[in-house]
Design a protein around this ligand. Structure first.
Ligand code: KIV
Length: 291
């Protein structure tokens, strides 16, 4: 049995994540998104195992309505910012929409851009039809995380952001997809927006860890969007989000206090200002008096 300190040490390598399974007594994996250096430092200092530089950056940071608007260049830019913080976490670069749908060589090229930006692995969405690109990435020594269930890049095909695999046939298809991804070589699978019971079936059916978001309690890990768990926005969030802080409220209060101090003249104080030495101040005063 591992000591609790060792059990809580960040699992920051692909093999360490690959071998994590709650049914074998491992602690669940902790993954959060981060899109910049401050976010990466917060995740790292909090002891997070895995940072996902998610395409959710489109909605969370860049103000788009879906994730379809970001490119490989955008994701590489944010991955590099996360990597420069040197977090003590595994960094996953999210392959954006259309970066792995056109051809296998293009996929490998795009994944390489995220690796060169500082990711140690990539994530992509979809089931069995992704097997050829997953095999090619693994062949190119690029570790891959799969993503099944509610796959936001399929928002139009799904008819909105809806919980998936709610019928038994779809649940069995999801299990088959997970097995196909494992066989193709993924080292973990994100399960998003599926019933608790279905996530449990998938988790039991595969040897690689499942990491859930809106997928209930039976996964081998959990992921949340950093801005959601910090309460950096007060927009409506889905029921699976637990808010651990209300940083937007704190931030608005802080900026409002700054504005009030500027308007009243209370900011900056003498202590918050730079000053000339007494000699230089006197010389300037003499100069002013003579002109
Ligand atoms: O981009 C993202 O944030 C994600 C998570 C929802 C898993 O893919």
């Amino acid at each position: 049995m591992a000591s609790s300190a060792a059990a809580n040490a960040p699992r920051r390598t692909v093999p360490a994540v690959r071998s994590t399974k709650v049914r074998r007594g491992d602690a669940p994996l902790v993954m959060v998104t981060a899109y910049d250096a401050p976010g990466a430092r917060i995740a790292s200092e909090a002891g997070v195992d895995v940072i996902l530089v998610g395409d959710s950056v489109a909605m969370v940071v860049l103000g788009y309505d879906d994730t379809l608007q970001v490119t490989v260049e955008d994701l590489a830019h944010h991955t590099a910012a996360v990597a420069r913080a040197r977090p003590d976490c595994l960094i996953v670069g999210d392959l954006p929409w259309l970066s792995y749908h056109v051809s296998v060589p293009e996929t490998v090229h795009n994944a390489a851009a995220l690796i060169r930006a500082g990711a140690q692995c990539v994530k992509l969405e979809g089931g069995r039809k992704r097997v050829p690109v997953i095999e090619a990435l693994v062949d190119a020594e690029i570790p891959v995380i799969g993503h099944l269930g509610l796959t936001p890049q399929s928002v139009h095909a799904m008819g909105g952001f809806r919980v998936q695999a709610k019928e038994s046939e779809a649940a069995l298809q999801l299990v088959a997809d997970a097995k196909a991804l494992q066989h193709a070589g993924v080292f973990a699978i994100v399960l998003e927006g599926v019933p608790d019971e279905v996530a449990r079936m998938v988790t039991e059916a595969v040897d690689v860890p499942t990491i859930g978001i809106g997928a209930g309690r039976h996964c081998d890990g959990q992921v949340l969007v950093l801005h959601d768990l910090l309460g950096l926005e007060d927009r409506h969030v889905p029921k699976f989000v637990r808010r651990y802080a209300s940083l937007k409220d704190a931030a608005v209060d802080a900026v409002a206090a700054f504005a009030a101090d500027v308007r009243s003249g209370a900011f900056p104080s003498a202590d918050e200002s730079y000053h000339l030495s007494a000699d230089e101040a006197e010389a300037l005063a003499l100069y002013g008096a003579a002109h």
